[in-house]
Design a protein around this ligand. Structure first.
Ligand code: ATP
Ligand code: MG
Length: 286
């Protein structure tokens, strides 16, 4: 039997689309039609398992799946014995405490003696302990944000991204207790063939992530401006400079970090660049 690596991802929810996209961007092809629970990749020795996100850390700990993609919030809350092998940069959110908007709030001590509804009793418990607050943790399994308005609890501790859900339930965010993004987790005792496949996968993920952070830039400039412009475009080793058909002009090609691009574009123009093109990169191997 060929050794394959089993990767667990969320079946349907906020992580699903980006998890599938990442695996596809790594060049791994599979058929995920028909609401299947398991599918085999056609061009890489991998199987994808579609599960509820809460179950993924446990399956990875047991070795039912070798790898999993979950939010750090779920990974930390479930507290399973797994390795976090890579941050994936999507599904960024935070775990926050919210209280009714009209209530006064001076600081975390105001939560003393209050009841807080949450699906994250472990993370909340640790936070309260660290801040020496005695509050009653009310564990519920969903719809946390309505708890204060129906009198079930004084406060909530829940996942927030824009804050609009809190707002529409008459709540305000008063403390952020944990920042999260999607991560890849792995079983702690991977057999050698699966470890080798994980290394291949991480190499591909890194090249996809590098590519996303960088752009290919082409521009034209008078020959005498080349040295000046190159200062802003160091490139991977150094930029490519090609002569234009028009005498005295060059075309300069380089790779630039997207953030540096917005910071430096004005200086590049002032240094004499024109006809600037910025092109996405699909894969980048350093
Ligand atoms: P499941 O049915 O698989 O248990 P779920 O309802 O528990 O799904 P989702 O709401 O799909 O979970 O969220 C999955 C993960 O996505 C969360 O654990 C969190 O890491 C992240 N997440 C949740 N809400 C947001 C948000 N508003 N913005 C970005 N990421 C989020
Ligand atoms: Mg869940």
């Amino acid at each position: 039997m060929i050794d394959t690596i089993r990767i667990a991802i969320q079946k349907s929810g906020r992580l699903s689309e980006d998890s599938l996209k990442l695996i596809k961007e790594c060049g791994i092809r599979f058929d995920n039609g028909g609401g299947k629970l398991k599918t085999a990749a056609t061009n890489f020795p991998a199987e994808i398992l579609f599960l509820r996100d809460d179950d993924i850390p446990g399956y990875v700990e047991d070795g039912v799946a070798h790898l999993g993609i979950v939010g750090q919030n779920v990974s930390e809350e479930t507290n399973k014995n797994v390795n976090t092998v890579h941050k994936l940069g999507f599904s960024k959110c935070r775990l926050s405490i919210g209280i009714l908007r009209e209530q006064n709030y001076e600081g975390v001590q105001d939560l003393d003696g209050k009841s807080i509804a949450t699906t994250y009793p472990r993370l909340l418990g640790e936070y309260l302990k660290a801040h020496q607050v005695q509050a009653n943790i009310h564990e519920i399994s969903g719809s946390v944000e309505i708890a204060p308005s129906i009198g079930l609890a004084d406060a909530v501790c829940d996942i927030v991204s824009s804050g609009s859900t809190l707002l529409s339930n008459g709540l305000k965010e008063v403390e952020t207790i944990f920042r999260s993004e999607a991560v890849m987790i792995a079983n702690k005792n991977l057999p050698a063939p699966q470890q080798a496949l994980l290394d291949q996968l991480l190499f591909r993920i890194q090249s996809v992530q590098e590519a996303k952070n960088n752009k290919y830039i082409l521009l034209n400039c008078p020959n005498e401006s080349v040295d000046n412009i190159i200062k802003f475009l160091p490139g991977m080793r150094s930029p490519t400079v090609l002569p234009l058909a028009q005498a005295g002009w060059s075309s300069l090609h380089s790779v630039i970090n997207e953030n540096d691009f917005w910071e430096n574009i004005e200086k590049i123009r002032q240094a004499g660049a024109e006809g600037i093109l910025v092109i996405p990169i699909e894969k980048m191997i350093l």
